[in-house]
Design a protein around this ligand. Structure first.
Ligand code: AKG
Length: 228
């Protein structure tokens, strides 16, 4: 089953691929991340307004924790084929799975993710979603379904750095680029989830603040909460 088809509803053609077409980059703003250097936007106002709704936490997991996650995930993923399907699919060059039970080391990582990203007592989607993007794979701009997903998504990036782009659905010149280093955690909340599309750039377009960020195979481990 394609898990993503049940989660994603609105899909758009990719926006202009470079910062130059989207507007000139702006730095700073009171981002909650503590990792402001990892977020660029079309204006300081946008950076300020999105505030705590967008976070990137560098080195959220250690190399050993990444290895533990990969050790649990690789055997199952290896049995699946990457899908390079129709041009209209939301995602290109991927395989995916979901996992409810994890070994001790991984469960420890996931409970850290949950405690950082979600308020206490918040209902979470049981299984954790795992998305394995081939080196040539990418995720097109989309907004997750409000029917199936709550206000927050939190994702760990394994194996590769990547760039996540957010573009305001009704004003495409309002954008943010998030540099997601390998082993970082990103969190998107509220307006950043529902008023902005998000996407993971393909290797050829993977440039952050003028600097090339080579995209390798990337696995994301994604936690979501349930709609209210
Ligand atoms: O791979 C990722 O981190 C992003 C996944 C995504 O776009 C989604 O689950 O809606």
């Amino acid at each position: 089953m394609r898990l993503l088809l049940s989660v994603w509803t609105r899909l758009q053609r990719p926006p202009a691929p470079t910062g130059a077409r989207l507007g000139s980059g702006a730095r700073g703003g009171p981002l909650a991340a503590g990792d402001e250097a990892l977020i660029r936007g079309s204006s300081p106002e946008l950076l300020r307004d999105l505030g705590s709704q967008v976070e990137v936490k560098t080195a959220f997991i250690t190399e050993e924790e990444e290895a533990a996650l990969l050790g649990e995930l690789e055997p199952g993923l290896r049995k699946k084929r990457y899908e390079f399907n129709h041009w209209d699919d939301a995602i290109h060059g991927y395989r995916e799975t979901e996992r409810e039970r994890w070994g001790g080391a991984c469960e420890e990582v996931l409970s850290r993710v949950r405690s950082v990203a979600f308020p206490e007592g918040c209902s979470l989607l049981g299984p954790v979603h795992v998305l394995d993007l081939d080196k040539t794979g990418y995720i097109k701009p989309h907004i997750d379904s409000v029917k199936f997903c709550g206000s927050t998504i939190a994702g760990l990036s394994l194996l590769s750095d990547s760039i996540m782009r957010l573009v305001r659905e009704d004003a495409k010149n309002h954008w943010l680029d998030l540099l997601l280093p390998r082993r970082s955690l990103y969190i998107l909340r509220d307006q950043a989830r529902f008023s902005f599309t998000h996407e993971i750039l393909k290797d050829e377009e993977s440039v952050f603040d003028g600097e090339r960020v080579p995209r390798q195979r990337r696995i994301s481990v994604i936690c979501r909460n349930l709609p209210d």
